[in-house]
Design a protein around this ligand. Sequence first.
Ligand code: ATP
Ligand code: MG
Length: 786
Amino acid sequence: SGYSRSSLLDGLNPQQLEAVEYRGQALLIIAGAGSGKTSVLTRRVASLLESREAWPSQILAITFTNKAAAEMRERVVALVGDHARGMWISTFHSACVRILRAEAERAGLSSTFSIYDSSDTRVTLKRIIKGLDADTLGFTPANVSAKISKLKNELADVDSYARNANMSDPQEVMFVEIFRQYTQRLRAASALDFDDLIGETVYLFRAFPRVAALYRRRFRHVLVDEYQDTNHAQYALVRELTRPVDAELADELEAQGLHVRNVQDSTGAIPGASLTVVGDSDQSIYAFRGADIRNISEFERDFPGAKVVLLEQNYRSTQNILSAANAVIGNNFDRKEKKLWTAGGDGEKIVGFTGYSGHDEAQFVADEIEALHQAGTDYRDIAVFYRTNAQTRALEEILVRAAVPYRVVGGTKFYERAEIKDAMAYLIAVANPDDELALRRILNTPKRGIGPATETQLGSFAADNGISYRQAMRDAAALGLGPKVTNAILQLARLLDEAALMLDPASPAGAASVSDVLTFLLEGSTLLSVLRSSRDPQDEARAENIEELVAQTKDFTRENPDAGLVDFLTQVSLVAAADDLDDASGTVSLMTLHTAKGLEYNAVFLTGVEEGLLPHQMSAHEPGGPAEERRLFYVGITRAKKRLYLSLAMTRAQFGDINVAMPSRYLQEIPADLIDWRQSPGMANSRGGTQSRALNARRDGYGKREQQGLPPAPKPKTEWANRVTAQVRDNGDLTLEPGDRIRHVDFGDGRVNQVTGEGTKRIAHVLFDSAGAKKLLIKIAPIEKL
Ligand code: ATP
Ligand code: MG
């Protein structure tokens, strides 16, 4: 072949090379951001294949997103050739779905089981909570689903939980009952939620050693990226997959015609698979989803004799960016010291910017993006990060106006749109006739005159007769409903049954494609034509979305000629936020800091670096909260290759209120000489003391208290707030009244329509002649009365 060992190992540093070539049972690669962890994992896979130590089918590599999986596959294929395509490179969830569908019967599942996303879970919980009147005890779909998810991530189920629950506490009793009903409903619907996918696979392996043995024999090399963000269930799964198979079971496999001789040792047993994990405890940002950093810190204890490789050279960022990252993360206590360095030179300084408002900050981002673009940076090499989705509003508004092409990664949520969920529910109901949730969703969509009472009645009829909801629909004539309603239900049941027949490979025309089935359902149900003939312009957009879905099913069939409806549904269920990326699109990427993990861009804008956003107010008082938020900040900084912008706003609109915002405590952790602070043009005529000086004055305000587990001291907060507002501008007691004309530094002239609030919080609602309607905090807005 044209692939040589040397090209595969080209350019690796000695530590990277060691990690690629190590051939022991367990390998831990622990290293800071941008040091080549993911690259090393990729090359290691390639090296195992190229040396013929492993067949592609013997590799299981786990990535954090489907997109990362696809990238890794392409890189390996580029290194060793097309035959490598058969590798399992996927997320934990995708790998588990594959295993569970293959072993469905043993796991007590239908192979066409549905996968419930968080909104499906919430709808189900809402019904249960309502039925139990549990809201009076403070239960909400949100708090219950969070608790259930946490338990499942620890591999607890309702029975194990109930055994240890304090059943004299009415809260506990109620929670157990909700959990039990939730479990039963999912079972009855042949549905698994996201957490179940991992947990059920672990249970399967534990309950059926022979099934486990099959997969242990098969996967000889298990590799996991971003290991710092695995939770307990995922850890347990990795352990199950990498255990040895004893001689007796190995013989049994051999007797079944599964060749195991090539993997048996001298005792006849199959040794555990080799395990490689890579991670960075400084980038652990999913504790709120149960990620457990101990999976890394205790790796050597769990896998005795494990080899540990440290990588310290960073290939991604300039020294200035790295120094900032090192300084920030150095404030987290209880961590292993590691210093990243780069041979790449200092590079440009970090640019800091303080805007007057979120709008002002967004304008700065847009202007800088244009400047970068003019100077030759592709839009696709630029990313804008934020802590919360709410921050996108101002950014999008300005980017649209500035004609900067952008996309919100993970924000379009195509598959979460109501009309798409409706159309998908038709497909789900065909694939999995037990899925009551899907059936109830489409029962009266489009409107067929079937009311909520009938919807519930069908459910009780099913329960009373021990039949499924779908069967109850087929038997609707027995319910004694009016003829119109009865007919509507029967017609829908028939439509779904006919669609199911189309999927049968034994049908005269052979199995129909996903798009044929979808088109058939859309026509039979009139879902699309109802939207098309509506006069509501929103319905027109909805119809277009459904047409886009049809187009996607066609693409899917073209790209996966052997795949069927269930494969399509699985793929849709498992798209994660970061899978939304499309490098070829030539647009700026907007995303949350969480989504940014593992990615890199030439220029990065980290916006909203303010107290309350970063660290987020929800986490500020939680144990470990500020440290985790600092890691999130660290992740954001280390995505930048060449240019890093840190921006904040003095005031931010939140929940319809305008609040004075304060610079994030993390900013003062960056050495002042690394940042070149620029201010808002709107502040140029104010006193304008430099940010870094003000920030330095605040040093040692927070860090120490945080280490002692104390919330931040309130005093420096007010002091700082006063300083900031004083520094910007103080209009004193400027009195504005409806009808007054004013001039704003950025927005030009406008007319005051209304004044609300009191004292320092007085807000002017202004209609600007060209900039439109704005709300301004009168005390500090850069305005004058005309
Ligand atoms: P993160 O912690 O953000 O996930 P990582 O440790 O996985 O980062 P990679 O994404 O693998 O790092 O690598 C960072 C960048 O450095 C990539 O652009 C990669 O191509 C490059 N890189 C890695 N190793 C080398 C090397 N030996 N020579 C040149 N470039 C390298
Ligand atoms: Mg990586």
